[in-house]
Design a binder for this molecule. Structure first.
Ligand SMILES: Nc1ncnc2c1ncn2[C@@H]1O[C@H](COP(=O)(O)OP(=O)(O)O)[C@@H](O)[C@H]1O
Ligand SMILES: [Mg+2]
Length: 497
């Protein structure tokens, strides 16, 4: 159990889904941190600049008012001025003499004590004014904190403004210290911080939801493809995936489907081929077995009949031989047959095959003629082109009844040599026409077998023509005749002429 969940967790961590999610989260957090930090800096700076300017002005004004009173030791007026400008819990006014002794404290607790901070020191040393911020809860010395306690609470930020009090001769007579709470600025900044955090959470959650939806559209087709591929690798070639939408995944799914369809077709045609081949081989074998058994059990042996049967057996062996050599030819085509190309005169080659088949035509009472007088050069493999033309004319003779005609023509059309073989034979029904180049396909099985056909001739012819970069087509009217048209590219040299 534990190992399963561990491997699952590992797989999840390695998944694209997880990596993209982490990347998104990182981007959002970093973006918000940068934006948040800059925003707080900007707003803080703005609020503090304004506040310090205001407070410093108050401190300077007070210092100006206090100058004469301090020189005259008018404690009453000093006290009144301090009290007038102090608000309980918000602001506090201290009047120090030159020695930093508190002469007047609006909160009275520091009266008579020395009050020295860095800002006060700087003013004593000649500066007109200075200011600083203190966390009255922690950052100040204990005595200072004690002095502040009750002033504006603990852990409260306070601004301290020191301003020089000058006498009539412009000499330094004391320092005015003005304390003012800035807690609300900190609070508004903390408020902004909190709002940014809330927005961060909201945006992150929204992005995660959208991300999950987008990832689903990405990972779902990948998962389906994965299942399809593993089904195929286990031998189930009927595996297909659902094509959704019109995106890259849809085209991937389409490509997968057409690939598996093609593989399934190939697989089917391969087993069909094996079954056809076995069947074709079995027929002559069964015939021979019957003939041999009949002879074996014949008592006494009739020499005349024996001779006839042996002749039949010989014919069946010839048939087997033809089928096997045709099959071997097809296998070598499938394995990428080597071509012995040379420039040859297809006209002469056609004449030669017509001459070779004339005796057969005569025997079958068929008139065979060839009107190819000119020489047309093509780049080809002589033996293969001989076999192509022989097969086509042989078929024409075989499938034409006595008294019929077979015509061969050769012409040059554009960059092609066009060979036509027409007969006035039995023709091919329209429904069979698209299949005649298929392996083992025969329109009339009985007739084909009678004439020694294997049903492989035209498929070999077609492969040979394709290997030459040519095309082959058949047009036929059932009962009237058939025309086969072969087009071969002219020899490279000739094409340039
Ligand atoms: N000239 C033709 N006229 C009529 N039918 C033909 C002709 N050529 C081929 N066919 C048909 O095409 C089938 C396939 O031809 P092919 O592959 O050469 O096989 P086969 O060994 O039967 O000759 C033949 O069985 C025949 O039915
Ligand atoms: Mg044939």
């Amino acid at each position: 159990m534990a190992t399963i969940s561990l491997t699952r967790i590992k797989a999840f961590i390695h998944s694209i889904r997880w990596k993209i999610t982490v990347a998104y989260l990182l981007i959002i957090v970093v973006a918000f941190c940068v934006i948040g930090y800059s925003l707080i800096q900007l707003v803080g700076e703005y609020l503090f600049t304004q506040r310090t300017a205001d407070d410093q002005r108050i401190a300077n004004d007070l210092a100006k008012n206090c100058g004469d009173y301090l020189v005259a030791f008018d404690a009453r007026s000093l006290y009144d001025t301090a009290m007038d400008n102090a608000t309980t819990g918000q602001t506090r006014v201290l009047v120090l003499d030159k020695l930093c002794t508190v002469q007047v404290d609006s909160d009275s607790r520091l009266n008579g004590r020395r009050f020295i901070t860095a800002e006060v020191e700087r003013v004593i040393n000649g500066a007109d004014s200075d200011y600083g911020f203190y966390d009255t809860g922690s950052a100040v010395k204990p005595w200072f904190r004690a002095a502040f306690n009750g002033f504006s609470g603990v852990n409260v930020m306070t601004g301290l403004y020191a301003s020089a009090i000058r006498g009539p001769g412009d000499e330094l007579v004391g320092v005015l210290v003005y304390l003012s709470g800035v807690q609300e600025i900190y609070e508004s900044l903390r408020d902004i911080q909190l709002k940014i955090l809330i927005w961060l959470i909201i945006v992150a959650a929204a992005v995660m939801v959208v991300n999950a939806m987008v990832l689903r559209t990405v990972t779902r087709p990948i998962g389906e493809l994965n299942t399809g591929i593993s089904r195929m690798s286990q031998g189930d070639l009927s595996a297909r995936v659902v094509v959704r939408g019109n995106n890259e995944f849809a085209s991937l799914a389409k490509a997968f489907n057409s690939m598996s369809e093609r593989l399934e077709q190939l697989d089917k045609s391969r087993s069909q081929f094996v079954s056809n081949a076995s069947h074709e081989l079995k027929t002559p074998l069964s015939t021979m077995k019957i003939l041999i058994e009949t002879l074996m059990y014949q008592e006494p042996l009739d020499p005349g009949m024996a001779k006839e049967f042996l002749g039949d057996i010989n014919q069946e062996i010839d048939r087997l031989n033809r089928i096997v050599s045709d099959l071997l030819t097809l296998v070598s085509i499938d394995n990428g047959m080597k071509m012995n190309l040379s420039e040859l005169d297809i006209g002469a080659l056609l004449q030669e095959q017509v001459k070779r088949l004339t005796p057969l035509a005569r025997e079958n009472g068929i008139e065979l003629d060839c009107s190819a007088k000119e020489s047309v050069e093509v780049d080809g493999d002589t033996l293969k082109l001989q076999q192509v033309i022989y097969n086509i004319i042989d078929n024409a003779i075989k499938y034409t009844p006595r008294g019929g005609e077979v015509h061969c023509t050769l012409s040059r059309t554009g960059k092609k040599a066009v060979i036509k073989v027409s007969d006035t034979g039995v023709g091919i029904p329209e429904s069979d026409l698209p299949h005649i180049f298929d392996r083992f396909y025969r329109v009339d099985k009985a007739r084909s077998r009678e004439t020694g056909g294997t049903g492989l001739g035209l498929s070999i012819v077609k492969q040979f023509v394709l290997l030459h970069g040519g095309t082959i087509d058949a047009a036929s009217t059932f009962g009237k005749g058939t025309t086969f048209t072969i087009e071969l590219p002219l020899s490279g040299k000739r094409q340039e002429d």
